[in-house]
Design a protein around this ligand. Structure first.
Ligand SMILES: Nc1ncnc2c1ncn2[C@@H]1O[C@H](COP(=O)(O)OP(=O)(O)O)[C@@H](O)[C@H]1O
Ligand SMILES: [Mg+2]
Ligand SMILES: [Zn+2]
Length: 513
């Protein structure tokens, strides 16, 4: 008998339906066609023992399995369940009619229990779009799939439960989640608050500007100055995610296999801090069977690169394209996939190899052009995409001991950030591709961050005095636009420009002297 059952393959963050045909004839061969990879081919053994462990019969005859469309590669272990169900239906241990309009995915353990699969959310979205009515999947994946409205989701713990359900003996319990309500009721718990940081009010101000305009930032300062401590507090002042951002980021985490039952919906902006030994594949994504990297896991959140000059040059270079395009494309001979990668970059570094260049008290012991060479490691194209250079001077040790906690807290900063974001939302309402000041193109800058002749004169003079290179000009205007937005000012005024100019220290031609 020939039966049809349905599973799905994941491409990027989308799914494609895979039709699995199972046919059982007289004979003894087992044959699988339609571009399955080794993990899928090996499923025969898992499926066989699972079926036997569930007190069902392995159809010991000639089994032919065809997976269509044939030109897409079927990868991994998640086809175990649809294959098992297909074989049981083809050997008339299940009614084949129960498989109609039913998406089925799940990995089987040898004892028949069902294990976590990757990409349950995109599969559920695709299934609903294509008119499937049901989705049967492992229990741990239930909440992810149940985010999708209009699809009946049936989580199961064991093959025998799926069989009992399909036979109509013991129905599985349908999982229903009101995604909007879940999202609305989310509790945002931030691990760290800016009030923990004593002093450093100017740095907190720089973070406020970065968060308000979506500007990438780099912190430069000696060891122990608090750079890492400060960066970890950025998520606490970013505006909350909206539902569509939350779902997009959740899809990426679903495909990467990172969601679990209790946190099936990503409701807070991610903060990813890969170590400097990270490979370029782990950072931007890729691999034989492509997986999203750190920059995509940071989508709609923050990517923090601590000790920036320690990262391999090749790793920093692969960041350039996604920083520009907010998406990363991974190309393979037969296909290519896109992963969203819209993130705020925050980097931290020492000013020189010894760490004490420009230090108020300690002396830098670096020789010759060591400081310039150190800077060159990060300069160029990557630095070109960073709007704010923030110099962090350590708070005096005595002061750290005696000073009370700061009065500047994350909640207050965040309120101002949210207000400034609203101004930008209105400004870029007709702009599909631009959401924040940091994303403005040169022509946007001419249009939205225009300044009068006097201000232009003042800006040019100040740049000359500070020895800033010409490339700093547009960056200063973008940041000044955000500072004006924080001040609820329609025009960019001279004090806004004067403040923005302070954030270009790495452009100073005298930096490394
Ligand atoms: N302004 C500050 N307020 C409170 N603690 C601070 C401050 N600056 C530094 N510290 C303390 O010093 C430690 C080291 O800071 P860290 O962020 O690791 O410095 P860096 O990354 O610049 O080397 C912090 O974990 C914190 O305990
Ligand atoms: Mg540090
Ligand atoms: Zn030094």
């Amino acid at each position: 008998m020939l039966v049809q059952t349905f599973g799905a393959a994941i491409y990027g963050i989308a799914a494609t339906t895979v039709t699995i045909e199972v046919r059982i004839d007289k004979g003894v061969n087992f044959m699988m066609v339609g571009l399955p990879d080794n993990a899928v081919k090996e499923s025969q053994q898992r499926v066989k023992t699972s079926i036997e462990e569930s007190n069902l019969k392995w159809p010991g005859k000639a089994i032919t399995i065809n997976m269509a469309p044939a030109d897409i590669r079927k990868e991994g272990t998640a086809y175990d369940l649809p294959l098992a169900v297909g074989m049981l239906a083809a050997s008339e241990q299940l009614p084949a009619s129960a498989l109609e309009k039913t998406m089925i995915m799940g990995e089987l353990s040898l004892d028949g229990s069902l294990r976590y699969i990757k990409g349950a959310l995109p599969i559920a979205l695709q299934a609903k779009d294509e008119g499937f009515t049901r989705f049967i999947l492992p229990e741990v994946n239930g909440p992810e799939a149940a985010m999708v409205e209009g699809l009946e989701v049936y989580p199961a713990a064991h093959l025998s439960q799926v069989v009992a359900h399909l036979k109509g003996d013991v129905p599985l319990q349908r999982m229903v989640i009101d995604t909007e309500a879940l999202f609305k009721e989310r509790i945002e718990n931030f691990q760290f608050d800016f009030s923990d940081v004593k002093g450093q009010e100017n740095i907190k101000r720089a973070f406020e500007i970065a968060a308000a305009g979506g500007h990438n930032a780099i912190l430069i300062g000696p060891p122990g100055a608090g750079k890492t401590m400060l960066a970890k507090r950025l998520p606490s002042i970013l505006p909350p995610l909206n539902l569509s951002e939350s779902l997009e980021t959740t899809k990426i985490h679903s495909v990467a296999g990172r969601l679990r039952r209790d946190d099936a919906l990503v409701t807070s902006r991610p903060f990813r801090a890969p170590h400097h030994t990270v490979s370029d594949v782990a950072l931007v994504g890729g691999g034989g069977w492509p997986q999203p990297g750190e920059i995509s896991l940071a989508n709609n959140g923050v990517l923090f690169l601590d000790e920036l000059p320690e990262f391999k040059r090749t790793v920093l270079e692969v960041l350039r394209q996604p920083l520009e395009d907010r998406v990363v494309t991974i190309s393979r001979a037969r296909f290519s996939v896109d992963y969203p990668a819209s993130f705020m970059l925050v980097a931290a570094m020492n000013p020189c190899p010894c760490g004490f260049h420009n230090h108020p008290i300690k002396k830098c012991v670096c020789h010759g052009d060591a400081v310039q060479r150190y800077l060159n490691k990060v300069s160029g194209p990557l630095l070109d995409r960073i709007d704010l250079h923030v110099e962090v001077t350590p708070v005096d040790y005595e002061e750290l001991l005696t000073r009370p906690s700061s009065e500047v807290n994350s909640k207050d900063i965040r309120e101002r950030v949210i207000k400034a974001r609203l101004v930008q939302q209105a400004r870029f309402a007709d702009h599909a591709a631009v959401h924040s000041n940091a994303q403005m193109s040169s022509s946007d800058i001419r249009k939205y961050a225009d300044i009068d002749n006097d201000s232009r004169e003042m800006l040019k003079n100040a740049m000359k005095r500070l020895n800033l290179s010409a490339r700093a000009y547009d960056r200063i205007l973008k940041v000044a636009r955000t500072i004006a937005d924080l001040a609820c000012s329609a025009d960019i005024q001279q004090p806004h420009l004067a403040e923005a100019i302070q954030y270009r220290s790495l452009d100073r031609e005298s930096w490394a002297e």
